[in-house]
Ligand binder design. Structure first.
Ligand SMILES: *Cc1c(COP(=O)(O)O)cnc(C)c1O
Length: 360
């Protein structure tokens, strides 16, 4: 069996040792005589898995005690709704920063519930940069300020944390959570779909400050109410048990391998390999402002788009898959999340050099 270097933007590669462990434990989890998939979510075995996953995530991210960690369903997209439903707390406006495709989706969802003040937008330059804080026009009455830490499609990442005073800062970290150190105490709420850096699609992780829970007006339907999920330790209904288990294995893997600090160093190394090469060539081009380039998603175009198919074919023949860019952007995109080994990026850069030399 040979595994490919999978550059998919999501669902994305998982650490091989996690997949092997899951395979080993598939038929008989820790002598229980059953698969995790078959366990009662109320039984002591699964409770220990869920509690372990939460404890490990808290340790990895340094989540303060006054924050709840929720394991929810519906991916990141359901949070686009749950955030305004829960966090408006009777207020009538929310601030959003428009940095690209994902921010736009969050904004569109929020408009159903409230007035949206677009405090800053990078649309003027086709979403190729992160608007600096000095350009933000925040509304002092806003219920919260929402931004997208990493635009998965555009390849734009914030390498700084916005200042919003007393207004809670809400962040979509779907595609860079656990890839770099984060000071959770600066946020009111952090959320992420799992399928980029954590585990199986469908699971979403929400880290939310206590005082923001239970103030929704009107009271939301139970499944959309953070309070209901927080009070029930994410077990109001049957949670996505197997996804939580795999996420837990990923957290253990991160802890065994030096935690977020080590992961961040590796991610910097991988991103540098790729961007440093892109700097030296005119054959490929990344449009993003240097200071805002994503460490996770690296979009690039070829000098001649007619060569795209051949590039992808050659990459596949060398065991590198899912490099095709998002349909809205075209070109290529290399997603190099935590689970992508340095060797994968080295192989990609080697291939890019070779391809440019023969076609340039
Ligand atoms: C993938 C992604 C989403 C959507 O996640 P779903 O789980 O498909 O809902 C939202 N925001 C960002 C930044 C993403 O990368």
């Amino acid at each position: 069996m040979s595994r490919v270097f999978n550059f998919s933007a999501g669902p994305a590669a998982l650490p091989e040792e996690v997949l092997k462990q899951a395979a080993d434990e598939m038929l008989d989890w820790h002598g229980s005589g059953q698969s995790v998939m078959e366990m009662s979510h109320r039984g002591k075995e699964f409770i220990s898995i869920a509690e372990g996953a939460e404890a490990d995530l808290r340790e990895l991210m340094g989540i303060p005690a006054n924050y709840k960690v929720l394991f929810l369903q519906g991916g990141a997209s359901l949070q686009f709704d749950m955030i305004p439903i829960n966090l408006l707390r009777g207020k009538t406006v929310a601030d959003y920063v428009n940095t690209g495709e994902w921010a736009k989706k969050a904004i569109k969802a929020a408009k159903v519930y409230t007035n949206v003040n677009v405090a800053a937008s990078a649309e003027d330059k086709s979403f190729t940069y992160a608007p600096s804080q000095s350009s933000w026009k925040l509304n002092k009455d806003a219920a919260y300020v929402h931004y997208t830490a990493n635009e998965t499609i555009g390849g734009v990442e914030f390498n700084w944390v916005p200042e919003t005073g007393d207004v809670p800062l809400v962040c979509d970290m779907s595609s860079n959570i656990l890839s770099r150190a984060v000071d959770v105490s600066k946020y009111g709420l952090i959320y992420a779909g799992a399928q980029k850096n954590i585990g199986p699609a469908g699971l979403a992780i929400v880290v939310v400050r206590d005082d923001l829970i239970g103030k929704a007006q009107p009271t939301p339907p139970a499944m959309l109410d953070y309070k209901v999920h927080a009070d029930a330790d994410s077990m109001y209904n049957t949670p996505p048990t197997y996804s939580i288990y795999i996420a837990g294995l990923v957290f253990q893997y991160l802890k065994r391998n030096g935690g977020i600090a080590a992961m961040e160093q590796k991610n910097i190394e991988k991103a540098n390999l790729l961007y440093n090469y892109l700097e030296t060539t005119e054959f490929y081009r990344n449009p993003v402002a240097k200071s805002d380039r994503s460490r996770m998603n690296v979009p690039f175009t070829l000098k001649d788009a007619a060569l795209d198919e051949e590039f992808l074919k050659g990459a596949k023949a060398r065991g590198m898959t899912q490099l095709k860019g998002h349909r809205s952007v075209g070109g290529m995109r290399a997603s190099i999340y935590n689970a992508m080994p340095v060797a994968g990026v080295q192989a990609l850069v080697e291939y890019m050099k070779e391809f440019a030399a023969t076609k340039g």
